[in-house]
Each structure stands twice: as structure tokens, then as C-alpha cells.
Design a protein around this ligand. Structure first.
Ligand code: FAD
Length: 298
């Protein structure tokens, strides 16, 4: 089922997982993760593609398994910056064959440390070009979605230009958007408000990552360019060397963010699980009744 059809009826709650980074390509460790996440009955689970060095080849396999084995709708991420048109045709054919209806179409990051890499020489330059290409070659086959950046994409020349680029992505066929991680909901509200003003009407799902240790928080903020509110940084500074307290802070902070978003009528919440189902389970245990409210707003 296409996620756009689900979003017409309700605000969604979804999870993101990544293919395990094993040298031998063994993905069995993800089964247990998916099984536990599936027990929380998300509207969909998305699977990353080559992000952070994870294996590209396993995205289709895992997305298929989520759908076939657990009956949960899945979304396959697909990035294009290092791909040829032929590569993308092949990827889309295998997604079609696997029965996957949903693609999160991305440009991807430039390969780090590759001095010879020439972005201009590549066949795809922006995610919107991937959207057009997929729509042209697989009309009506997939529900396409795109990434968006409440605190502005790191390469963009300011928030307004990034928003105009986002509009191009939606015009090219992205039927909903998924936010980069943010820790201050104000950025999400600004993005939604300003996006609506320039005619972006598709659902915008908030991206939440429960941070459970200081190291991963620093890594994430470097990677994504998201800021850390004073209140959160103070708590981390005080407790960074106590893993149990850090975990409680991360789970409760994410739960608070979600309560605020749900209260304000968010289109959906996408939780970056980092393949740790116990964290998503803790959040769900913390706010079961608030989560039920997700679909009760007008
Ligand atoms: P684009 O939308 O193409 O934007 C890239 C930059 O170009 C932006 O600065 C934008 O402002 C600018 N731009 C876009 N279009 C135009 C235009 N027409 N003219 C001028 N400027 C333009 N990476 C992975 O490798 N694998 C994953 O699975 C993955 N999953 C992700 C999931 C989410 C929800 C998010 C938020 C990010 C994910 N990423 C993933 C990271 C993503 O690939 C990077 O953030 C990448 O740098 C940008 O990808 P994009 O699709 O947003 O690019």
C-alpha cells in the first residue's frame, strides 16, 4: 500500500532502520529488531540505503521481509548521487519485483574523502531529478517521498533557498516529506509554516531520534547540523558519564517532543530507531495514551 494513501486517513507513526553493517552481508540480526518494532504496530518502517556505510544491496531484501513476514508497510530509501540511470532502473525493477510500493528518493551525501569525486559529472545532481526519472520510467508504480531539513540542509545557501529546492522536489513528485532529526520543535513548526506559504501542501513527518548517549549525540549533530537546545545540553553535560541516566533523559526528551508535536497536530512522527527497539518500546510505554491521540486531531 502506498504511504500517501495511509496519510490521507491519519497521522502516521513510523520507524527507520538500517541494514546491519556486517562484512559477510548477514542480515539476520535485523530480524529480531523488526519483530520487536512490528509489535508496536507502526504505520510503516523505512530502510536506509547505503547511509553511514551500510550495505546498499540489503535495503530491498529487508523492506520485502518487513512487508511479507510482518505485514507492516515498508519504504525503501534510494539515493542517486553515485548512481547511473541504469543503476537506478535496476534498483527500481528489483523494488517492483519485491512488491515494494514506497521509495524515499534521496540525492545522498557526496562520498567523503574521495578527492576525485566530481558531482557535476554525475548523472543525477538532486533528489528531484531522481523523482522525475522514477516517475517517467515507472509511472504510478511507486509512492515517492523526500527528505526535508527543519534547520536547513548543510550545503544550502540559507533556509529560503532550501525551501525553494524542497518545493522543486514536491513538484517533481514527492508525495510526503520526512524531516531530518531536530531537538527543538520550533524548527519543525517554522518549516511547516513557511512550506505552506509557498504552496507545499504535502504531509511533513517530524523526525525524532531518542539520544541515549553523549557520543552519538555529538556524532549526529555533526552529521546532520542540528542544534541542541540549552535545556538538553545542560542535562547531557551533567550526566554524560552515567549511561542509565542518559538513557532516561533521551527517552523522556523524545517523549516530550512527541507530546508537543501531537498536541499541535503533527502530520506524522518518524522515529530514527538506530536499530534499538528497546528505545522505541520505552517511549511507547511512557506515552501510550498520547500516542492514541495522534489520530484524533482534526
Ligand atoms: P536534495 O533534495 O537534492 O538537496 C541537496 C542540496 O541541494 C540541498 O542543499 C538543497 O537545498 C539543494 N538543492 C536541491 N535541489 C536543488 C535545485 N534544483 N537547485 C539548487 N539547489 C538544489 N542518505 C543516504 O545515503 N541514505 C539514506 O538512506 C538516507 N536517508 C535519509 C533519510 C532522511 C529522512 C533524511 C532527512 C536524510 C537521509 N539521508 C540518507 C541523507 C541525505 O542523503 C543527505 O542529507 C543528502 O546530503 C541530501 O539528500 P536530499 O535528498 O535531501 O538532497
Amino acid at each position: 500500500m502506498k504511504i500517501s494513501e495511509i496519510l490521507k486517513k491519519k497521522a502516521t507513526i513510523s520507524f527507520e532502520v538500517f541494514p546491519p553493517k556486517n562484512k559477510d552481508g548477514d542480515i539476520s540480526s535485523i530480524y529480531h529488531t523488526i519483530e520487536r518494532l512490528a509489535d508496536l504496530s507502526p504505520d510503516f518502517i523505512s530502510v536506509t540505503y547505503g547511509a553511514g556505510g551500510s550495505s546498499k544491496g540489503k535495503t530491498v531484501e529487508i523492506a520485502k521481509m518487513i512487508k511479507d513476514r510482518y505485514g507492516i508497510e515498508s519504504v525503501a530509501h534510494l539515493s542517486c548521487i553515485t548512481s547511473t540511470r541504469e543503476d537506478i532502473l535496476k534498483e527500481c525493477e528489483s523494488l517492483k519485483e519485491a512488491g515494494i510500493d514506497n521509495i524515499l528518493a534521496l540525492r545522498g551525501d557526496y562520498p567523503s574523502g574521495d578527492q576525485a569525486f566530481d558531482a557535476d559529472a554525475m548523472e543525477f545532481h538532486y533528489a528531484s531529478e531522481l523523482d522525475y526519472f522514477i516517475r517517467e520510467h515507472f509511472p504510478g508504480q511507486f509512492c515517492l517521498s523526500g527528505a526535508c531539513y527543519p534547520e536547513t540542509h548543510q550545503e544550502a545557501d540559507g533556509f529560503k533557498n532550501d525551501l525553494q529546492a524542497l518545493k522543486k522536489k514536491v513538484d517533481a513528485g514527492a508525495e510526503y516529506l520526512v524531516c531530518q532529526i531536530f531537538f527543538d520543535n520550533k524548527y519543525y513548526y517554522r518549516l511547516v509554516r513557511e512550506a505552506r506559504k509557498i504552496g507545499i501542501q504535502v504531509p511533513i513527518l517530524a523526525g525524532i531520534m531518542p539520544i541515549t548517549n553523549a557520543k552519538s549525540l555529538i556524532r549526529m549533530t555533526r552529521m546532520c547540523g542540528c542544534s541542541i537546545p540549552y535545556q538538553l545540553s545542560t542535562m547531557i553535560e551533567a550526566h554524560y558519564d552515567n549511561p542509565a541516566v542518559m538513557q532516561e533523559i533521551g527517552i523522556n526528551y523524545a517523549a516530550q517532543q512527541m507530546i508537543d508535536l501531537i498536541t499541535n497536530g503533527v502530520d506524522g512522527i518518524h522515529i530514527y530507531t538506530m536499530n534499538r527497539p528497546e528505545i522505541a518500546e520505552s517511549i511507547f510505554r511512557n506515552i501510550p495514551n498520547v500516542l492514541k491521540e495522534l489520530n484524533h486531531h482534526d
